[in-house]
Design a protein. Structure first.
Lengths: 235, 235
DNA sequence: TATTGTATAATGGTATACCATAAATAAATC
DNA sequence: GATTTATTTATGGTATACCATTATACAATA
């Protein structure tokens, strides 16, 4: 048994991404940055020209993005950039409220002291990123904050599940961050601070409650923004 | 606006599965029925011979099963049937406890009377399936019960998320159902009855609590079964 | 002019060929 | 005989060709 452990300890893992992975990343970024618009038709052969890879890689990349919910496939008709409707956003927030409050509770019970410090550091970076002139640093800092929380929660399945929602969540975060004024941002900050403080004092029920309330508050704001968004697109 | 609604009402949706989907289903069944053993190496060209389809279809089917967690891909080395370790099973149950209790609450708030009746009918079919000599009818009836619950919960995102866990959940259900005696089964039945009764009286907190407790009880039993399972494989 | 039928083009679905990497086997060396 | 190196085979990754379905354009008819 010890022999197998030693083999595992020095195993070299190939980590350079292959074409499929690079293509997936490029297409994902193109969607998240709105280069491809919501509801836009994605033509495989056209994407081959734009990416410079074969149809096989494009197809496999798109299938992966489909499982992330970033594109929708209609049989025999092709793929479309997924939209996040107000209804779907609400459902995502409902799932997040449930899972993220559970993750907050798990984090408090399982995180090392080092991970607690990492959460606080991630929150500090988040505070700084709010002052930037564009929203992407803020979205990234928020993403990193949750990465620390989910890692410290010690449940890889929950992490994987939330990862399938991640792209849509980041889209919603970018949308709402762009629409929020400084008063809303200051309040957001205070709410995150409540989560971090509760975690630092290892208060699991309070952490879980604050995580849930944070998501529920985000959901209400997003609903408002999306409603205005859909009103605009009708005009 | 009325014109568009009428078009949607008579839209014909093509529903016959293509080769990729049929291949995915065949391979999924082969894994769930233990035709392919846990940790078994899956060779694409061999699967082509067994399924009679080209490598393209096999690759795309396997990618889909990878996103369901049924197979694991090692870069440049191929695919293996995923195993559900005791640790991973525990994590799956944690996620389920959180999401299924939320779904129970949503079901009570949103389900039509017809959906309530459908839940009761699904439970009745479940009771009958326990008496069968093999476990697969029971696993299928349980799957159908949750399908009714999740549909009535009215959150498609939660449904999609739990669907990514579904194959592993069904694997764990088959494993534990095989290991359970008639006393445990009777107790399982009583606990499901509690869920259905709480839902029928539209008691959301009680339904949520019973859903959570049902999963937590399943988790404990599965942990025991998997421990014995792993002890056996060492021998 | 409006509608229907047919032909053509575009694009999704699938099969096969080729290239790249890993694993197994054979040959050479110590 | 044991170890190292070279060669061959197996299999993953990618590209391209071909088939099937859908969409669009054009011609014929009412």
């Amino acid at each position: 048994m010890t022999n197998l452990t030693a083999n595992d300890a020095i195993r070299v893992v190939k980590s350079s991404p292959n074409l499929r992975e690079l293509t997936t990343e490029a297409l994902r970024n193109a969607i998240l940055s709105m280069h491809f618009k919501p509801k836009q038709r994605l033509i495989e052969r056209s994407l081959c020209e734009q990416t410079g890879v074969s149809r096989t890689c494009v197809r496999e990349a798109l299938q992966h993005l489909e499982s992330e919910g970033l594109v929708k496939r209609v049989q025999n008709k092709g793929l479309y950039v997924a939209t996040v409707s107000a209804g779907e956003a609400w459902q995502i927030y409902e799932v997040r409220a449930s899972l993220e409050s559970a993750a907050g509770r798990m984090f408090v019970k399982r995180a090392s002291d080092k991970e607690l410090k990492a959460l606080e550091a991630a929150f500090n970076r988040l505070e700084k990123s709010v002052k930037k002139s564009t929203v992407m640093p803020y979205v990234q800092a928020l993403d990193e904050f949750y990465e620390v929380l989910l890692t410290g929660a010690g449940n890889d399945v929950a992490k994987a599940v939330l990862r399938t929602l991640r792209a849509r969540m980041n889209y919603l975060r970018a949308l709402t961050a762009q629409a929020s004024d400084s008063e809303y941002k200051a309040e957001t900050n205070a709410r995150m601070r409540e989560i971090v403080d509760a975690a630092l004092r290892r208060d699991a029920p309070a952490t879980a409650r604050h995580c849930r309330e944070f998501v529920e508050r985000s959901a209400k704001f997003a609903a408002k923004v999306l409603r205005e968004h859909e009103d605009e697109s009708i005009t």
